[in-house]
Design a protein around this ligand. Structure first.
Ligand code: SOE
Length: 378
């Protein structure tokens, strides 16, 4: 019989739902040695915590995260709060000996991230950061193809993450649902929120980034703040584009904005290698586009692989070949891999240390955006 792993979740927004859904589903599809148990959800407002607990099946609630960490019946803490609370909670959770699953980005900046890495490594607690897109089967397949050497030397990496939800100047900043626009809660704008995903995938697929040259822009300079009721300066980057050089010599371009009218969450990347290229698009997430120069000349062309067969990553655990899965399954896969790692006593990425590397690239990007200069990472 599987051993229970009692989860204490802090925060209950969009990510609280995505993670809770994953904990609930994982054991039905992935037979593992550990089974998550939704033990407690923690939110400042008891009514909200109760409503969330009732909807998702948490056994109890807490209104103070410090109390949650004191509970002996909590094995793992899942941090789904705004970014400005990640470090304090994670460091305390590590000291309390808890397993930690932290929402991305790891921290407000690399300095904070370093303290978090030190804390989890000193306490030797298993840890992971929710960069979920790695575990969409088509993206995992891209990783397998690159690692198998099928692309050969990589020349180019191209990624973008486009949204359009903050174009209205009437949209306030701060508070529930809108803390991503408040630099005091989020640390940065699209760089930490969206480009961080692109950077995590890029580092995973193509290796470390050496230096970057960025431009950032804040299109709407002032917005009403929901917590103070006053019109306040906007401190986040609304858009960011940067060039990067990987340590292996490959060149990259990254772009992200919340002002690309018509795009809701268009995350795409393309990798061009000596022998082959591949491309992926979140709006068509179960497909991987593949071009292989080694194909017979007259048949050579881009093919669209429907990543739904039993021998594709994770797919053997779901339905039957040809039937697609979606966004939420990337979180289920992350929990499955993490639980398998726990059983085998092996770290599963992205660990806090992996996510610190992403944070260091974000810091370099933001610095370069300010200075207009090429900036080394780290
Ligand atoms: C922002 O709108 C957001 O929800 C990010 O915070 C998530 O990390 C991303 O996956 C989707 O967009």
């Amino acid at each position: 019989m599987a051993k229970s792993l009692n989860i204490g979740m802090i925060g209950y927004g969009f990510m609280g739902r995505a993670h809770s859904n994953a904990y609930r589903k994982v054991s039905n599809f992935f037979p593992l040695k550990y089974q998550p148990v939704l033990k407690a959800v923690c939110a400042r407002n008891p009514e909200n915590a109760k409503a969330f607990a009732a909807q998702w099946g948490y056994e109890s609630i807490e209104t103070d995260w410090k109390q949650l960490l004191r509970r002996e019946d909590i094995d793992a803490v899942d941090i789904c709060t705004p970014n400005n609370l990640h470090a304090e909670i994670a460091i305390a959770a590590a000291k309390a000996g808890k397993i930690i699953l932290c929402e991305k980005p790891l921290a407000m900046n690399a300095k904070e991230g370093e303290k978090m890495v030190k804390a989890v490594e000193a306490a030797k607690v298993p840890n992971i950061v929710w960069y979920n897109y790695r575990r969409i089967p088509a993206v995992t397949l891209a990783k397998q193809l690159i690692d198998a050497g099928k692309l050969g030397r990589i020349f180019h990496y191209r990624a973008k993450f486009l949204q359009d939800w903050t174009i209205s100047p009437e949209l306030p900043q701060g508070g529930q649902g809108l803390w991503r626009l408040d630099s005091k809660a989020a640390g940065s704008g699209v760089t930490g929120d969206l480009l961080a995903h692109c950077i995590d995938t890029a580092l995973w697929l193509a290796g470390p980034i050496a230096n970057v040259s960025a431009m950032t822009e804040t299109f709407i300079k002032e917005r009403k703040h929901n917590l103070t009721g006053k019109v306040e300066k906007v401190g986040i980057d609304d858009a960011c584009a940067f060039l990067a050089r990987f340590k292996n010599g490959a060149l990259a371009t990254f772009e992200s904005t919340r002002y690309a009218r018509g795009h809701k969450a268009l995350y795409t990347f393309e990798v061009n290698g000596e022998k082959a290229s591949l491309a992926w698009d979140l709006h068509d997430l179960h497909r991987l586009q593949w071009f292989d120069h080694r194909d017979e000349g007259i048949l050579r062309g881009w093919r669209s692989i429907h990543v739904t067969d039993g021998d594709h990553p994770y797919m053997g655990k779901w339905w039957v070949p040809g039937l697609a899965i979606g966004y939420e399954h990337s979180f289920v896969h992350q929990v499955a891999d993490f639980l398998e790692g726990l059983a085998k006593n092996k770290p599963v990425g992205p660990t806090f240390r992996d996510a610190l590397e992403t944070q260091m690239v974000c810091d370099a990007v933001l610095k370069s955006g300010q200075t207009g200069k090429w900036t080394a990472v780290g």
